[in-house]
Write a protein that binds this ligand. Sequence first.
Ligand code: HEM
Ligand code: NAG
Ligand code: NAG
Ligand code: NAG
Ligand code: NAG
Length: 536
Amino acid sequence: MECSSLYKRRGLGSRRFHTKRISPQIHVVSSCSLDSMTSSPLLYVGELTTAQVVAAAVFVWLFIRHLSAKNLRHIPTEGGPSLPILSFIGLYNFLAHGREIIQQGYQQHKGRAFKVAMVDRWLVVLSGKKLVDELQKMPDDTVSSATTEVLEMPNVFASNWHKDPVHVPILRNLTRSLALVFEDMFDELSIAFREHIPANSDRWLPVHAYPVISTIVTRAANRVFVGMPICRDSGYVHMMVHFEEDVSKAVKLLTILPGFMKRAAGRNATVIDKRIQQCLDYLRPVIDDRMAMMAVFGKDWADKPNDLLQWIINEVVARNQGPEEVARIVLFINFGAIGTTSAAILHALYDISMRPELADTLREEVEAAVAEEGWTKAAINKMRKLDSFLRECERHNGPTIVSMFRNILQPVTLSDGTFLPKGATVVTPTFATHFDEENYPNATLFDPLRSYKSDKSVQPQLITTSADYVTFGHGKHACPGRFFASNELKAMLAYIVVNYDVKPEYEGVRPENLRRGLTNEPNNTARVLFRGRQVD
Ligand code: HEM
Ligand SMILES: *[C@@H]1O[C@H](CO)[C@@H](O)[C@H](O)[C@H]1NC(C)=O
Ligand SMILES: *[C@@H]1O[C@H](CO)[C@@H](O)[C@H](O)[C@H]1NC(C)=O
Ligand SMILES: *[C@@H]1O[C@H](CO)[C@@H](O)[C@H](O)[C@H]1NC(C)=O
Ligand SMILES: *[C@@H]1O[C@H](CO)[C@@H](O)[C@H](O)[C@H]1NC(C)=O
């Protein structure tokens, strides 16, 4: 309980901004986070507020949830009883053993739906490709994306993006510009790698992988998001990395609080207004300049920048909002981009450190592509084995046990006869789908070249979503950042295999993943050994 007393003393959220650098010590502090949550969710909340408030809240929320479960009675429950109060057992089970419960439900109800208990809602889980495809095809007036809402973005960011997803068209613009921004991104990540992993060829350098990788990911992404020199400013980078960590923790905390406590707790945990001001410390001069130009010249002028920051400013100005809103969106897009991408690289790094022969294969492919195309997006597109490896990493180590959160806006009946009432929240299982032998023969086998060897006429890539590959969700609300993510991931991994040899800290041991609640995360304390390769 050392961990919780630490929170109590310093307060969740405001804690880490006193520190300027990411170092292993801070990391030890930050990694104690909500570890205790899965084992004793109540105890944890008890540390945060008073026991009485929580006890009262528990009864109120169980009662409310019981009422809202009435119209879902026809859908079988997994992981515990659906009776009032007793359904708390289901919630507890789900937080502790979510992946197993979903797996069980998937096997038992394949091709149909079942439900599991979350704190303030039930999740209706659709198992089987047919239902997932039906869900994916439903029109906008029947289902809406619930991702930002379920991830507590309205409470954490005090935003209404779940109703007005301003970020989606902006990220689509980013997808269209990937070839243009590649050179900058690659420039930034190579400089960052050299700076943060200065390995030479005569000895193995142990690297605490998580903080280093998130720093490099953040720099490379922000070179594209907000440009030079801010993306390289260590204050800005650390602010973003810590902000992402704080939000992730806040999200985990909020998912175990009842609805009426979320907003206050969310704002208290992330202190979003303060974070916006901290972000503006770096961005305000640029934003002010650009807004002044817009005030004078209108929508267009010679040399108007065409970058993500400008697209955000365009949207904000069109809504008559100010620089604070620009910062809020920059923070949000960073939240979407940093943790997910860093986790994916870490998994890939842990996996490749165990397989030197795979590193050789990928290196050959990368070197051939770069010899033809230089370090460009065109070269990245040719790295099909590398892509296949990353896709397999995400199949085995995706970030959540369910995805495709959708709200049912109009009552609808699925082809298996399942009735989904208005207001239900629907998801699809990720791991259960990805480990289904019907979808992936020898599913538990980690086969890096699985999709490279695919006999489908169009080889699936990392960014290709389908009813049997839902790491990025599927359908029109699938992750809008995945094209950017794939590009950044492939560029980083290509850089790694060409410039370093890697091996695990303990021979033959891949650091285990951490499963908590809905999430599956890479070990964030492990080290990876790097040795520089002689490149001329
Ligand atoms: C490996 C990296 C990533 C993974 C695994 C991932 C996964 C996901 C998933 C599963 C969803 C929900 C999709 C659905 O409901 O169908 C999502 C949504 C989203 N992602 Fe990603 N993502 C990644 C990278 C990124 C990046 C780099 C960005 C930003 C540049 C980003 C921004 C977003 C945003 C803003 C949404 C919400 C879209 C909405 O409002 O509907 N993601 N992501
Ligand atoms: C809000 O955060 C402060 C510290 O930042 C803490 O002292 C306080 O107890 C928190 N309040 C609630 C309701 O969580
Ligand atoms: C997309 O980019 C174009 C310029 O290339 C810009 O005019 C437009 O406002 C951007 N749209 C969004 C939604 O950001
Ligand atoms: C599954 O693995 C076994 C043994 O590793 C192999 O003999 C078999 O061909 C594999 N099946 C498929 C469909 O890949
Ligand atoms: C993460 O890895 C380190 C070193 O490999 C190990 O000591 C630690 O116990 C691991 N943490 C978890 C939670 O598995």
